[in-house]
Design a protein around this ligand. Structure first.
Ligand SMILES: Cc1ncc(COP(=O)(O)O)c(C=O)c1O
Length: 413
């Protein structure tokens, strides 16, 4: 037996056991990455228009970086941070009140930081899911809580986000036997990828649903501060009763251009937060204190988010207009930095796209335009406004070029 076989024999079932790595499925993002490399060779003189990026196009604000520079060498910041420094929790509590009007969160009880929100979403199923338990998860969406539910031997019940339901889950459609076994409900607003934002009424309905079915709500608020037009930032925790049934995860990645810094926090129900704290304490040793201190500075300067938000809003309006001119049924999103549109049906020569994946591949290989396809509930393409452009003039040029290339393809809608 060679050493590769030796390892293969003992891989855990949760990763596919002996079959790990043998499936032919190539994951969406890996496939797009490979095609982007192919398109770069095919079009040496045509720059890529990358509308598929899922993170900010700029670094963190210089003032935040300055705090990190000042803090990083200080002796008192060298220690393991464990479940975090109280000053960060206090700053997070003040932020929740200032931005979302959520009062009374106690730093020591209702808030703990995370090394980004991704690990927080990964750890929550470890707190609740036994074999056979169910997590209710909206799709399309960020898959981490569902993936860990399965790692724990649980099941994921998908709640489709359909256009006809305003991209909200239909909580009344869940079968009784699933509800009976459900322990977690994962929701995310403003939503990646649909761009829909929650209403207070929706959150109230979620609280009522959770209470009636003994379910813990996990609201992923990674984009909550980035809303446009009349839509204002809304926290799940601002709804009466929410703190009795759930938690919210907040991220500094998108609101403060700090994706690589890895900082976020969980806020809400004391018991849930403390369970997360137990798993976290046994998993990591906390984010570098100097980064937490830079995070405090960021949370105390919401004008940084406002500058980012204003830019995305301008780009979102421009993008939606451009996509409409091309023929898409596009509206500016209510939040996030994504615009989610139904895929073109095909091409003027009669060719029909079988899926959004196929449409996206066609755009890369024929126009060097990268977008993210979603085929979970109908075929949709996600365009991100975090493309590279130095100023408004370049943004307009980018949109004109997008329109020129897409129009030349002869897309049919
Ligand atoms: C919906 C959603 N939730 C969570 C995350 C993870 O963010 P973080 O950088 O805080 O781990 C992302 C990142 O893309 C996201 O889109």
């Amino acid at each position: 037996m060679n050493s590769d076989n030796y390892i293969q024999e003992i891989i855990a079932d949760r990763l596919g056991g002996r079959n790990f790595g043998k499936a032919n499925t190539v994951y969406k993002f890996a496939r797009i990455k490979a095609l982007k490399a192919e398109a770069a060779k095919k079009f040496p003189d045509l720059p890529l228009i990358d509308m598929g990026v899922g993170e900010p196009d700029q670094p963190a604000d210089e003032s935040v970086a300055e705090v990190l520079r000042a803090e990083c060498g200080k002796p008192e910041n060298r220690f393991y941070a464990d479940n975090g420094i109280i000053e960060f929790q206090e700053a997070a509590a003040r932020y929740m009140e200032r931005i979302y009007g959520v009062k009374g969160l106690c730093a020591g009880k209702n808030i703990i930081h995370g090394i980004g929100t991704k690990p927080i979403l990964a750890m929550l199923p470890l707190c609740f899911i036994n074999s056979g338990d169910v997590s209710l998860v909206t799709v399309p969406g960020y898959p981490v809580l569902g993936t860990y539910t399965k790692y724990c031997g649980g099941e994921v019940y998908n709640l489709p986000l359909k256009k006809e339901n305003g991209f909200f889950p239909d909580l009344d459609s869940i079968p009784a036997d699933i509800l009976h076994r459900s322990k977690l409900l994962y929701i995310n607003y403003p939503n990646n990828p649909t761009g829909q934002a929650a209403t207070r009424e929706f959150f109230e309905r979620v609280v009522e649903f959770a209470r009636a079915n003994n379910i813990v709500v996990v609201h992923d608020a990674a984009y909550a501060a980035l809303t446009f037009g009349d839509t204002k930032p809304l926290s799940f925790l601002s709804v009466p009763g929410a703190i009795e049934v759930g938690v919210e995860v907040q991220s500094l990645s998108k609101a403060f251009n700090m994706t690589g810094w890895r900082l976020g926090f969980i806020a809400g129900n004391e018991k849930v937060v403390s369970l997360y704290g137990t798993v976290k304490d046994n998993t990591d040793s906390g984010q570098f204190r100097a980064i937490q201190k830079a995070g405090i500075y960021a949370l105390e300067h919401p004008e940084i988010t406002e500058r980012i938000r204003v830019k995305y809003e301008r780009r979102m309006n421009l993008l939606a207009r451009t996509l409409r001119d091309i023929g898409f049924d596009a509206e500016p999103s209510k939040g996030t930095f994504y615009c989610y549109v139904e895929m073109p049906r095909g091409l003027a020569d009669g060719r029909v796209f079988a899926s959004a994946q196929e449409a996206a591949e066609y755009l890369i290989m024929n126009a060097n335009i990268s977008v993210v396809p979603w085929d979970d509930c109908g075929g949709y393409l996600r365009f991100s406004v975090t493309y590279s452009a130095a100023d408004e003039r370049e943004e307009i040029e980018m949109m004109n070029e997008l329109k020129r290339r897409m129009t030349a393809l002869g897309l049919v809608f």
